[in-house]
Ligand binder design. Structure first.
Ligand code: PEP
Ligand code: MG
Length: 843
């Protein structure tokens, strides 16, 4: 191969020149697709920047790539967010694979039309193959089509030998294992990974070499299985680049190949896969760069410097931690963060922890050692109980433990030097770390540990940060700065996203925002189907603050007050007065025209209450949970009934019993309620209903119906008990699906039985908050949907877009399907066929 000559690029358009940093779109300004420049066009025909082949032209005509004989590839993208114009305003003049001359017209576009309908006309000219370039007139503000614009740096002209690379480092030779050589797919994986490094990286085959960041250049090497290849790299992260790329090549660049050679196995790969999966902890999506979060190791000396000195040190640190937590609480007053910091503060004066720590101090241990031993051993105890919620408390304890430990050791919390658009990657984030994240810079996060119900997940949702948990450990090997696409809704982290994926996600997000605005504007209107059938939309809440928020979002009442959440993270039981005060405040906020459904304590299973001590159980979900526990401890239930009854008359009061599986449980609870109401001199009982969340209750709904005022279906538990799949199991998350026909049939028969006895049925499980499920639940005859607070406007709008008769048809159809995936697909098709996608209607 002869040394390649510099390549001159001609301006593809006339217009005003801009630097990429000025482009208001991180996909381009981050240079993830490639470096280059931007033209604000004044002409309307995009021309070829050099002679070459059309290597790609989008069907929509908004983007085209041209590749020259040396493998230099230039991508030209007309406008921002123009993909969603779906071709409107663009005329393609060439086809893929066509040879073109420099200056030949490639795409014509109607600038007025595009400018009117897209975000911007700014056009990107990017060197997608990654070669360095120089601007030919660096000070020019404007350019005329056909004028020389930039030149690929002659540094590239060392192609032939590949050995003149100055301080380049070379890998050991390796044998290519891929059966078909580095064809398009493995070459794309290799070039994407290479692009994650700053170093100049080349792939060598005998006397030839190619820019390893260029898909086209790699393919042009025409490698075959058994070729001896080498990687060379020059630049600050050259060693890391070589290590990652050698491993990637040895492992087949995403293709299945025979066992990797020894040398490569020893190295750690940055990524041999392009997609990692996890469980959605907080919905949304983001495109950003990886930032690995690693906490420094803390060094603890066991022996103390005297009991009184160490005692004073511990006391000081605990005090300082309490002050810091108070400050954080004050800053976040009224939010979920504040609640979590309050819980952390309580842990600081937990008598058991302090007793353990002081016991060790009196044995001559240091404050750091004593505090660390007390917190870590208690956290371990929690973890060993096989209970998801206790495991999360262990995370809180570890968080507080570390906070105090740093204060004892005098270690300052150094703020992370976060880059812009950071996607944090960590083994685990603590609630403190999550609550203090700079949302101006952090776009989302991904953790190996954690669960969808953890405090960290709750905080992520409160902060609106998309996040995934339960992702494989491979994620910890990703290089800082690597561009990734986090699609939390689908539970996916894309390690080599292509432009089309990023654009599709951006378009989707834009549409969601527009829809959200429209739904919010109509939030106070009732949810009535197109053919006049009204559905009550109420809120699932766990605090007074959420009740207030739900009312501003159009809630027509509270369909589920999870009373146990009012007192979670408390070491002591709330007094009867405090309980009564809480319920009355909530009832008052709702007023006499709105209904309030208070669920009695649903403790046990995944929800232990610290002040209701329980024996360890082998299967807590199948043990003393919900109403069973309350009937075992009648005083607890009676006290709660009295507190709830104090709010009678302030709202339309309903009491609901959780986890009912036997009719006798309902009878016993009703008797107690009647006795307490009588003792309080109440002439009228509140409405009494049960949750349908155990298959026995669903199957016997016709037997329960005459004895209740209403049913509310808890699809979260109904799904886990029907399918025998733990609702928090990270590996079963995708299968424990409430759309399973088995669950749907139980809902259908419950509604039928209730209506036969003139009783109403709500759904308060998470299924009610799913847009896809709304027509199905309406069609099955559900009367009320009690949904997660932020989704109230969306669910109301979804009801308004449907007709009851259509919903009944689709509901009948999906009951006969075989599995959840088929149900989802049928509902997706129904959604596409029936949703009105016309612009906002004024009504
Ligand atoms: C349910 O199980 O669906 C429900 C609403 O109750 P929780 O999620 O509180 O168990
Ligand atoms: Mg439940």
């Amino acid at each position: 191969m002869t040394p390649s000559k510099p390549v001159e690029l001609l301006a593809p358009l006339s217009g005003v020149l801009l630097a990429l940093d000025q482009v208001p779109d991180p996909v381009f300004s981050s240079r993830m697709i490639g470096d280059g420049l931007c033209i604000d066009p004044t002409s309307q025909t995009l021309c070829a920047p050099f002679a070459g082949v059309i290597s790609n032209i989008q069907d929509t005509g908004h983007a085209v790539s041209v590749t020259d004989a040396n493998g230099v590839q230039v991508l030209m993208h007309i406008g921002l967010d123009t993909v969603h114009l779906a071709g409107k305003g663009f005329t393609r003049l060439v086809v893929e694979g066509q040879q073109v001359e420099a200056g030949q017209a490639l795409i014509e576009f109607d600038a007025d039309d595009v400018a009117l309908n897209a975000r911007s006309l700014l056009t990107l000219v990017l060197v997608a193959s990654g070669e360095p370039f120089v601007l030919l007139a660096p000070d020019a503000d404007t350019v005329v089509v056909g004028q020389p614009l930039m030149q690929i740096s002659p540094a590239d002209a060392t192609e032939a030998t590949g050995r003149d690379e100055g301080d380049a480092v070379f890998s050991e030779p390796l044998t290519l294992p891929n059966a078909n050589g580095l064809h398009a797919r493995p070459a794309a994986v290799l070039s994407q990974t290479a692009k994650g490094f700053k170093a100049t990286v080349r792939l060598h085959k005998q006397t030839q070499s190619a820019n390893a960041k260029s898909l086209v250049a790699i393919m042009a090497l025409q490698t075959v299985q058994g070729d001896t290849l080498q990687i060379s790299a020059a630049g600050e992260d050259a060693d890391a680049a070589i290590k990652a790329l050698v491993t990637l090549l040895a492992q087949g660049c995403g293709e299945t190949v025979a066992a990797a050679p020894q040398a490569a196995q020893a190295a750690t790969s940055e990524a041999s896969v392009t997609l990692l999966r996890g469980v959605c902890a907080s919905p949304g999506s983001a495109f950003g760069q990886v930032f690995q979060v690693a906490e420094p190791a803390l060094h603890i000396t066991e022996k103390g410097a005297g009991t009184s000195v160490e005692h004073a040190t511990l006391t000081r640190a605990l005090l300082a931690a309490a002050e810091a937590l108070q400050a954080l609480q004050d800053k976040a007053a009224g939010s979920a963060q504040a609640e979590i910091f309050r819980a952390h503060q309580e842990l600081l004066d937990d008598p058991t922890l302090l007793e353990q720590a002081h016991g060790l101090l009196s044995k001559g241990k240091s404050a750091a050692y004593a505090w660390n031993s007390a917190t870590t051993s208690t956290a371990k105890l929690f973890l060993g109980m096989g209970n998801a919620l206790l495991a999360e408390r262990a995370a809180d304890l570890a968080d507080v433990g570390r906070r105090v430990l740093k204060l004892i050791l005098g270690i300052q919390d150094s703020a992370w030097e976060l880059p812009e658009r950071a996607i944090l990657v960590a083994e685990l984030l603590t609630p403190s770390q999550t609550a203090s994240l700079d949302t101006g810079k952090v776009l989302g996060f991904v953790t190996v540990g954690g669960g969808a119900t953890s405090h960290v997940a709750i905080l992520a949702r409160a902060l609106g940060l998309p996040s995934l948990c339960g992702v494989s450990r491979e994620v910890l090997a990703l290089a800082n700065g690597k561009q990734v696409l986090l699609d939390a809704d689908k539970g996916e982290l894309h390690l080599a996203p292509d432009l089309a994926e990023i654009e599709a996600l951006q378009v989707e997000r834009e549409q969601q925002l527009q829809r959200r605005e429209r739904d919010m504007a109509q939030a106070s209107a009732p949810a009535i189907t197109r053919d006049g059938h009204r559905i009550d939309i109420t809120a699932n809440v766990a605090s007074l603050q959420e009740v207030q928020q739900s009312l501003t979002l159009g809630a027509e009442g509270v369909g589920l007050l999870r009373s146990e959440f009012l007192y979670l993270d408390r070491n002591r039981a709330p007094s009867p007065e405090e309980q009564a005060g809480t319920y009355s405040a909530i009832a008052r906020a709702l007023g006499t025209e709105r209904s309030l459904v208070v669920r009695t304590l649903d403790v046990g299973g995944d929800k232990p209450l610290a002040y209701v001590p329980m024996d360890a159980e082998a299967n807590p979900f199948l043990g003393l949970r919900g109403i069973r526990l309350c009937l075992e401890r009648p005083e607890l239930l009676r006290e709660q009934f009295r507190a709830i009854l104090a709010s009678a008359g302030l709202a339309r009061l309903h009491i609901m019993l959780p986890m009912v599986s036997l009719l006798s449980e309902l009878h016993q609870a009703r008797r107690m309620l009647e006795e307490e109401a009588q003792a309080l001199g109440l002439s009228e009982l509140p409405k009494l209903g049960i949750m349908i969340e155990v298959p026995s209750a669903a199957l016997m709904a016709d037997v329960f119906a005459p004895h209740v005022d209403f049913f509310s279906i808890g699809t979260n538990d109904l799904t886990q008990y029907t399918l025998a799949m733990d609702r928090d199991h990270p590996r079963l998350a995708s299968q424990a699906d409430s759309f399973h026909p088995a669950v749907l049939r139980l809902i259908a028969s419950t509604v039928k039985a209730a209506h036969a006895h003139g009783k109403w049925v709500g759904v308060c499980g998470a299924l009610a908050s799913e847009v896809l499920a709304v027509p199905l639940l309406i069609g099955l005859g559900v009367d009320e949907l009690s949904v997660s607070v932020p989704l109230i406007p969306t669910i109301k709008a979804t009801v308004r877009e449907r007709a009851l008769t259509d919903c009944q048809l689709i509901a009948r159809q999906v009951l006969g399907l075989e599995e959840a995936a088929h149900v989802r697909e049928a509902l997706r098709q129904f959604h596409a066929a029936t949703v009105d996608t016309s612009p906002v209607r004024e009504n």
